[in-house]
Structures are given as structure tokens and as C-alpha cells.
Design a protein around this ligand. Structure first.
Ligand SMILES: [Zn+2]
Ligand SMILES: [Zn+2]
Length: 172
């Protein structure tokens, strides 16, 4: 999804958001600098900034030295880019931080302070995907194991029939 050009309205407090350009790139993060300090990321933008090693100084710079009013709207928030209802979702398999996600355009809204928390969860993207795999196996591991056993059983049956066929064939 392309960056939105128009000024976005903060889904948490209703203030106009400010577009802050990411250095050495052509995209902008919408930050609620005059209101609650929340920030909106277009589809797939957040993953560029959620690791400790990724530079987000420009975001913290925009927030530095300001005091923010608390976010008022804690119910369903409306996506500032496309107008759909946003859904609260855990930002990672650690299930610690809930962020607002838009399933229509892929946008994500983080309250003030959440980006920092998110970045401190994992050292690297590899750690994040390891954690995801571990979680995935906890949920689906038994099923996968069963499928694997069935596949093995099928393979051994097949080789059994093949051997039988060959032994019959050899008799002629
Ligand atoms: Zn706001
Ligand atoms: Zn949206």
C-alpha cells in the first residue's frame, strides 16, 4: 500500500497527525505529535522498525521533550487511512503488547511508548521468528506429528505391497 499523502486524524485522540519522513527512504510515519503521541504505520512499515538494530531515532526525535495527553478512545478505533474498524491484536507471540491493526489496508496504530516496548522484546528478527515457531509448534505440533506418522505408515505400506508384488512377479 502506498503512503497516504493527506493528513491523518489520530484514531486514539482525534488530533491531526504529523508526517515524519524516515531517513534514507521515501516513506513517512504518521505521528500524533500534538495529541497523544501515538503513531500510525502503513502496511508492512512497522516491521522495518520493530527490531532493536533498526534505527528509529527520527521517531523518538519527533516525540522528544513533549508531553502527551492520554489516549481517550480505548474502544474500537477507526483506521485513519481507510476508515475500517481496527482490531486489537498482540504484536508478537509473547502476548504482552496489544496494538490496533487494520485488516483492510494493513495499517497499524501504536500508542505512545508501545514502539519502545515492542523493540525491547527481541534482539533480532531471527529471535522473533524462533519464538513464533516455538509457539506454532505448541499449537500445531501434535497435528504435524500425527501427519508425519501417517505419512511414514503409508510409505511403509507402499514398500510392503511393492515387495509383495515383486515376490509374486518373480515366481513367473
Ligand atoms: Zn493521538
Ligand atoms: Zn485501514
Amino acid at each position: 500500500m502506498k503512503d497516504t499523502k493527506e493528513t491523518l486524524i489520530c484514531p486514539a485522540c482525534g488530533e491531526k497527525m504529523e508526517k515524519i519522513k524516515a531517513p534514507k527512504s521515501d516513506f513517512y510515519i504518521d505521528i500524533c505529535t500534538k495529541g497523544c503521541g501515538g503513531m500510525y504505520f502503513d502496511n508492512r512499515e512497522l516491521e522495518k522498525f520493530d527490531e532493536k538494530s533498526e534505527n528509529v531515532d527520527f521517531i523518538f526525535e519527533a516525540l522528544k521533550g513533549k508531553t502527551f495527553k492520554p489516549a481517550t478512545n480505548n474502544d474500537v478505533r477507526i483506521c485513519p487511512a481507510c476508515g475500517s474498524n481496527m482490531v486489537k491484536n498482540f504484536a508478537s507471540t509473547k502476548r504482552e503488547i496489544e496494538i490496533d491493526c487494520c485488516y483492510t489496508c494493513g495499517g497499524k496504530f501504536l500508542d505512545y511508548g508501545e514502539l519502545e516496548k515492542l523493540r525491547n522484546q527481541y534482539e533480532t528478527e531471527a529471535d522473533r521468528s524462533d519464538d513464533f515457531m516455538e509457539d506454532f509448534m505448541k499449537i500445531h505440533g501434535a497435528e504435524l506429528k500425527k501427519t508425519e506418522m501417517e505419512a511414514n505408515k503409508l510409505a511403509s505400506e507402499r514398500s510392503f505391497f511393492r515387495k509383495m508384488f515383486l515376490s509374486v512377479y518373480e515366481k513367473f
